[in-house]
Design a binder for this molecule. Structure first.
Ligand SMILES: Cc1cc2nc3c(=O)[nH]c(=O)nc-3n(C[C@H](O)[C@H](O)[C@H](O)COP(=O)(O)O)c2cc1C
Length: 198
């Protein structure tokens, strides 16, 4: 990742040369409302968006191609609807296949070290359910622990997740606002986005 500051003080500005790549895992993209809106917003902001279920409907992932995608990225974004308090199946397959020993982890597996990992998840239920005193008893951040542990293993910085809760009932206006926030989050510097401390 590189941050370039222009020399002239009067025009001093910070220009990000960071490459952000969004990997969308949605098994039913044609009926998606929320993830479709978020992905469209990302794309409109100039961020590369890849729809993994379109690329690999048979779950036969091109490992070399996907590893090359990750190597070229500074910020890797995993975007998906929450399924069974977890991820859609292809994201698990992607982890199993792409994050290989000797490449992503192990003494010589340093390909992703220093990159950022951002999880963008959309639970259908409202945020009030995802509380210790709520109906589901766990916060979304707790349910994302396996991805956070994976991030720790592969040497990426786990950024504060972008959680869009209540997608079953989100209004058009709220969704449009969230899509704008998503584009801002994808292009925000790490200091703004924040690492996940908990
Ligand atoms: C198989 C399946 C499992 C789901 N599991 C959960 C869940 O565990 N928690 C939750 O809040 N919503 C769950 N949902 C709701 C989805 O997260 C919700 O439909 C999705 O975020 C909507 O996004 P979309 O418009 O992009 O499809 C589930 C939906 C399906 C189809």
């Amino acid at each position: 990742m590189a941050w370039i500051v222009t020399a002239a003080p009067e025009t001093r500005s910070t220009i990000s040369t960071m490459t952000t790549t969004v990997l969308v895992f949605h098994p039913h993209r044609s009926t998606s409302r929320v993830n479709a809106a978020l992905a469209a917003s990302a794309q409109a902001a100039g961020v590369q968006v890849r729809h993994l279920y379109d690329l690999y409907p048979d779950f036969r992932i091109d490992v070399a191609a996907e590893q090359a995608v990750l190597e070229a990225a500074d910020r890797i974004v995993l975007q998906f609807p929450m399924y069974w308090y977890s991820t859609p199946a292809l994201l698990k397959q992607w982890q199993d296949d792409v994050l290989t020993w000797g490449w992503a982890y192990g003494s010589r597996g340093t390909a992703l070290h220093g990159k950022e990992l951002l999880v963008a998840v959309s639970p259908g239920a409202g945020a009030d359910r995802y509380r210790r005193d709520g109906a589901y008893r766990y916060e979304v951040a707790e349910l994302l622990r396996p991805l956070q542990a994976t991030s720790n293993l592969i040497g990426t910085t786990f950024l504060r997740p972008f959680v869009t809760a209540g997608t079953m009932s989100i209004s058009d206006d709220a969704l449009a606002a969230r899509a704008v926030e998503y584009a801002e989050a994808l292009t925000a510097p790490r200091q703004v986005l924040g690492d996940l401390e908990v």
